[in-house]
Design a protein around this ligand. Structure first.
Ligand code: DC
Length: 231
């Protein structure tokens, strides 16, 4: 069974998707980490991010290993290095590169073969796994997402203004939604979960409930209770 979780930056996908996978005993794939690895490799090797062909060639050769606790790029632990603001700011050209998208989507599909897995990103339910058994679109209002981000950064000792975070987030939202290939949008058969006002534990409970319901439907145990697509 493949469970896809897509949604905008700051909706709390990563941590809850990881916890969901653990609770279900499924494998977990953070596809954003793959785009981050390609971006980091380009920055380190001085490959211009808008050189579509050269970037794709590099993406084809990279050995990206996404383990449960660390991300490895050509054998090096880059878990922290892929999360720097420089990588985040430079990622757009890589995520817009259709050749890179095709390489990474193929790698995601190969990884998912025969697995019970939770995959997380922007295009998992629409492009990478259109036949996934359970698709969730996790979202939250822009202000709520920005507030959460400010709180996270404060915990890390980074003092930023709410307005600054909100503006950067709005920029990322429009880049992610306007991307012609693999743009952020809910799959028609996805279940929308708005996490405004919910704690992470409450979101996790909700997702477990959705997956359980979906499994029951798939097993034919619950034929009279179709899922609503708004939860
Ligand atoms: O989820 P994240 O913030 O780590 O993702 C980093 C960037 O990668 C994000 O700006 C959009 C892009 N991305 C994408 O285009 N498709 C995915 N499946 C996952 C991430």
């Amino acid at each position: 069974m493949i469970v896809t979780i897509d949604g905008p930056a700051g909706a709390g996908k990563s941590s809850v998707a990881k916890r969901l996978a653990k609770q279900l005993g499924f494998d977990f794939l953070d596809t954003g980490a793959m785009y981050r690895c390609v971006t980091l490799a380009c920055l380190r090797r001085g490959i211009s991010l808008d050189q579509v062909e050269s970037v794709a060639e590099l993406a084809r050769d990279l050995k990206i290993n996404l383990g449960p606790h660390c991300v490895e790029l050509d054998g090096e632990n880059v878990t922290e290095a892929i999360r720097t603001p420089k990588v985040t700011k430079s990622i757009q050209a890589i995520a817009d590169n259709v050749q890179v998208r095709s390489i990474l989507v193929n790698a995601q599909r190969n990884w998912g073969q025969g697995k019970d897995a939770v995959t997380e990103g922007r295009d998992q339910g629409t492009v990478a796994f259109p036949m996934a058994e359970c698709k969730i679109f996790l979202t939250a209002g822009p202000e709520e997402r920005a507030r959460r981000r400010v709180a996270q950064l404060l915990e890390l000792g980074v003092d930023v203004s709410f307005e600054e975070v909100l503006e950067l987030q709005n920029q990322r939202d429009s880049q992610d939604t306007q991307r012609p290939e693999g743009g952020l949008r809910p799959a028609v058969d996805s279940i929308m979960v708005c996490t405004d006002g919910m704690s992470e534990d409450e979101v996790l409970d909700k997702l477990v409930q959705i997956v359980d319901q979906r499994r029951s439907v798939l097993l034919g145990l619950n034929r009279n209770e179709p899922l609503s697509n708004s939860q």
